[in-house]
Design a protein around this ligand. Sequence first.
Ligand SMILES: [Zn+2]
Length: 204
Amino acid sequence: MEFPKSLQALIAEFKKLPGVGEKSARRYAFYLLGAGERKMKEMQEAIGAVATRMRRCEMCGGLSEGALCNICSDEKRDHKTVCVVENFKDVYRIEETGQFTGVYHVLGGLVSPLDGIGPESLRIGELVKRIKAGSLEEVVLATGSSVQGDATCLYIAKVLKPLNVRITRLAAGLPVGGEIESTNANTLGRAVAGRVLFDAPEEK
Ligand SMILES: [Zn+2]
């Protein structure tokens, strides 16, 4: 027996979510049906609000509903220290550790030649602009310890070298190949607190 078309379509949408299979998708769809029209409307409105209001912060590239995100517009944050991360999810991971009081810069990816992602497709130019604008003193590279994370660190360190800014990297202790997203908050917090100077090797 087949489900009515609209219900089939809803189940199909749920199945696109990470970690949701047929069984869970049906459960969610039936839950909504059972919960009634008001619940469905609330869900619809929440998704609609995210779709229309969510944008990228003009300064850091993180999630925001206005021109500047809550972090960039917070005067109590340390605006001289910027933490460079792969994506907006990493901002929240590092915030959870409670060990970082500076601001962020979201790259939008990592350098990965095999996937055709070169540095020019990341927000590195914007980072250079922020440094040249004059108020940044320390750049914390927090791109994880994967091959791509390492390559991205090296590239950025090289680009920033002439700019007279302190470059640090998260302390050892991150699992090898580890992404910020999957590192537990304690480990990540220790790595943030114990960051170490990072210098690009001299060009031969
Ligand atoms: Zn921001």
